[in-house]
Write a protein that binds this ligand. Structure first.
Ligand SMILES: [Zn+2]
Length: 191
């Protein structure tokens, strides 16, 4: 990780890991890909390594990110999908040329058409978003219960009752807040 930049929030789902590069959308928002180079870093961590990224490509990536966020949020609350967001996701999906490659070890890798092609990487992310929004995968879109977060996440828990986008951040903060509130209510009982 590069010093001086906020860490990435990485989950198991590519599309929602990507939307989590902006966190606390309803609080003090944290931009985790503030520079083109940080997007390069993020893509590398997610198996979509590119050599370089321009400011225009970063802008496009952020446009895709917010479009996925908007569409996934609508899907989570069973609202109509915003047409502009759907358009951006579809354009990004159609734009890129990435091929799924099966390794000898039986793992999937992505091969981009060229190392400078951020658009190829974005097409993989867009296609991932389409698969979860369209309900093609086992899981359910939900919104994080933290009022300052409200991130759309993909719940793959058996009971489908996950409340937070991330247990280590939003979940923990909520638990701590509850604990502190209890302490204030019953200051003696904790001693
Ligand atoms: Zn959250």
């Amino acid at each position: 990780m590069r010093a001086g930049f906020p860490d990435f929030r990485l989950g198991k789902v590519l599309a929602t890991s990507f939307t989590a590069t902006l966190t606390e959308r309803h609080g003090n928002a944290v931009e985790r890909i503030p520079t083109p180079h940080r997007l390069v870093d993020w893509l590398a961590v997610n198996g979509l390594a590119v050599d370089s990224c321009t400011t225009a490509q970063l802008d496009l990536a952020r446009e895709l990110r917010e479009s996925i966020h908007a569409a996934a949020t609508a899907a989570a609350i069973q609202d109509a999908l915003p047409p502009a967001a759907v358009q951006v996701i579809n354009d990004c999906s159609a734009e890129g040329r990435a091929a799924a490659i099966l390794t000898p070890e039986g793992k999937r890798q992505w091969r981009l058409s060229s190392a400078s092609c951020v658009e190829d990487a974005l097409s993989v992310i867009a296609a991932d978003a389409i698969s979860i929004i369209a309900g093609e995968r086992d899981g359910k879109l939900a919104l994080c219960a933290s009022p300052t977060c409200q991130a759309a996440f993909f719940d793959t828990s058996q009971s489908r009752t996950r409340k937070w986008c991330d247990m280590n951040t939003c979940g923990n903060r909520q638990k701590k807040a509850r604990f502190n509130a209890n302490q204030r209510k019953h200051p003696r009982s904790a001693e």
